[in-house]
Write a protein that binds this ligand. Structure first.
Ligand SMILES: Nc1ncnc2c1ncn2[C@@H]1O[C@H](COP(=O)(O)OP(=O)(O)OP(=O)(O)O)[C@@H](O)[C@H]1O
Length: 549
């Protein structure tokens, strides 16, 4: 009879091995497919949240840390999702089957094996609080190190010029040492968990042997090793699950960091987007751009714009001037719907900007920032950002109008190349012109230039302003400008001070104001002899002094 049982056991073991192999394979495939499906969505959501919030600043979060969250933390979650489901299934199925077989062969005392199985899963819980603390600290330190490394690369010229690279290296060293310390603590905790697991296993195998020894009369001796082997095999997958649960601290830290990104406040008010169909077309009589009593503040901050009202008729150019920090760039951000005002309305072509989807609005309005971002790619790719379908002819024409064709023409690879990793082989002004070439390519109805001509010499500035005028007669342009030449080129000037409209009118009109002349003092020619100048001042004060017009 013993031989029959052995044959049956061997057969069962062979079948179990096959089933196990198949299960591992399917599980791995399924879990990964599942994890990547779930987390592919998560990655997208994380990027969307960053995209929403980033133009107006990520608060006190720093780029390197945000990148660490979007990449490393999401990856940790991916690992967890990809492995936990299968491990949990295996920890359920394998012990149930094996303990069932053992119960059939040796009697109900085999059910006692459930006890160590439960104990093994509980081990991580003992260490969980401390693991979570260590996990959070590890994630934070990793993020901080990423910030230091990224800042270090981006500020390298500054650091070198100040002889501060030693300090950076020290910081990197300290950061790494800090991470090592936390990792050592985690290893210590894991070691404790491992030891506890080993103790439970050793006790179990001892008890199994003892139990089998007591039954020695009833069970063929030959079967004892097999049976005790089966008993321990029942606990194996449980240990696998316990191993994954041991990382729960790190994983919960990663997920709360990712959730923090997903919960970044949305600076846009989407409630009106579905309201009136914007396809109703533009109201030709309406100004291209209008701000009506707009107020805006950053979360928790003071008012940056405080009751700003102005209009720009279609085809006209408005220059926005004001001291540093007056709120000029913030005005530009609201035109692009990087944020919506707290109060008041921004209208584009007569439509409340909040009724236009951001993408739709940004087809009408384009912003050229002071530092146009140059991607680590070719000139062609960099330009096609503005118009993905543009052919070479259009690209060259845009480059010509941005006065950059000659410089790109002498590159060995032409449009396919780009000097430097991210255009470092171009001068500041050339990079700025690359940004302007994007504007020519796109030819938006409303163009906002935020100090985008600041790095150009006066001739180039003049030339680009002329090209912009020629390119599209009905274009409305907003120039955020410090330089006289740009301001003089505008049809009207909006003079902003501390978030309020100090005055508006033509440049000539505003020149009568002392504060306006004060702002431009270093660029204005010496004032004419006394009598005329003083009279103009007083007259200007009376006509244009009232704010908000
Ligand atoms: N992301 C932000 N979070 C909080 N406050 C901000 C943020 N960005 C700008 N501010 C503040 O808002 C105010 C207006 O800034 P803004 O950039 O609009 O000024 P600006 O007139 O364009 O200045 P500059 O000529 O120096 O570029 C400033 O006081 C600035 O400190």
């Amino acid at each position: 009879a013993g031989g029959g049982v052995v044959a049956a056991l061997l057969l069962a073991a062979g079948a179990a091995m096959l089933a196990h192999g198949l299960f591992v394979w399917l599980e791995s495939w399924f879990s990964h497919a599942f994890a990547y499906r779930v987390l592919g969505g998560l990655r997208k959501d994380v990027h969307r949240a960053i995209e929403r919030a980033a133009p107006m600043g990520l608060g006190r979060r720093r780029t390197g840390d945000v990148v660490a969250r979007a990449m490393g933390d999401v990856e940790t979650l991916e690992w967890f999702f990809a492995h936990t489901l299968g491990a949990a299934l295996a920890a359920l199925i394998t012990p149930s089957v094996l303990i069932g077989v053992l119960t059939a062969l040796t009697g109900p005392q085999a059910l006692l094996l459930l006890l160590p199985a439960v104990l093994l899963v509980l081990v991580p819980a003992v260490f969980q609080r401390r693991q979570r603390q260590a996990g959070t600290e590890l994630r934070e330190r990793t993020g901080a190190l990423a910030v230091t490394a990224l800042d270090g690369i981006q500020s390298i010229a500054e650091l070198l010029s100040r002889g501060r690279t030693d300090a950076l290296q020290q910081q990197l060293k300290d950061g790494t040492a800090g991470i090592q310390r936390v990792k050592a603590r985690i290893a210590w905790l894991r070691g404790g968990e491992g030891a506890l697991v080993e103790v439970i296993l050793a006790a179990t195998s001892l008890l199994v042997l003892l139990a089998l020894a007591f039954q020695a009369g009833e069970i063929p001796l030959l079967l004892l090793p097999t049976l005790s082997g089966l008993a321990m095999a029942a606990l194996n997958p449980v240990m696998g699950l316990a191993g994954i649960l041991a990382r729960i601290g790190e994983i919960s830290a990663a997920s709360s960091r990712v959730l923090e990104i997903l919960d970044l406040p949305d600076p846009l008010d989407h409630a009106l987007e579905t309201a009136p169909p914007p396809s109703a077309g533009r109201a030709d009589s309406a100004p291209a751009l209008e701000f009506a009593d707009v107020r805006f503040s950053f979360p928790g901050g003071p008012a940056v714009l405080d009751g700003v009202s102005f209009q720009v008729p279609r085809g006209q150019t408005l220059a926005i001037v004001g001291e540093s920090g007056a709120g000029k760039s913030t005005l530009g951000s609201l035109m692009l719907r990087f944020a919506d005002p707290n109060d008041g309305v921004v209208r584009v072509d007569g439509h409340d900007a909040r009724t236009l989807e951001p993408d739709e609005l940004r087809r009408l309005v384009a912003l050229i920032p002071q530092d146009s971002f140059v991607f680590a790619s070719s000139v062609r790719t960099n330009l096609r950002l503005a118009d993905p379908a543009a052919g070479d002819e259009a690209l060259w024409s845009a480059l010509r109008r941005a006065a950059l064709a000659e410089r790109i023409g002498v590159l060995p690879d032409g449009l396919d190349g780009l000097p430097g990793d991210r255009g470092e082989g171009l001068s500041g002004g050339e990079r700025q012109r690359l940004g302007l070439a994007r504007a020519f390519l796109r030819d938006p109805e409303i163009l906002v230039l935020d100090e985008s001509l600041a790095s150009l010499d006066p001739e180039l500035e003049e030339r680009i302003l002329t090209e912009l005028r020629l390119a599209r007669a009905d274009r409305t342009t907003v120039l955020i400008a410090h330089r006289l030449r740009s301001i003089e080129a505008a049809d009207a000037v909006l003079f902003l001070a501390a978030g309020r409209v100090r005055a508006q009118g033509t440049h000539e009109e505003l020149l009568h104001r002392e504060d306006y002349r004060g702002l431009l003092a270093s660029q204005l020619p010496d004032p004419p002899p006394a009598p005329g100048g003083r009279a103009a001042d007083e007259k200007g004060g009376a006509t244009h002094g009232e704010p908000g017009h």
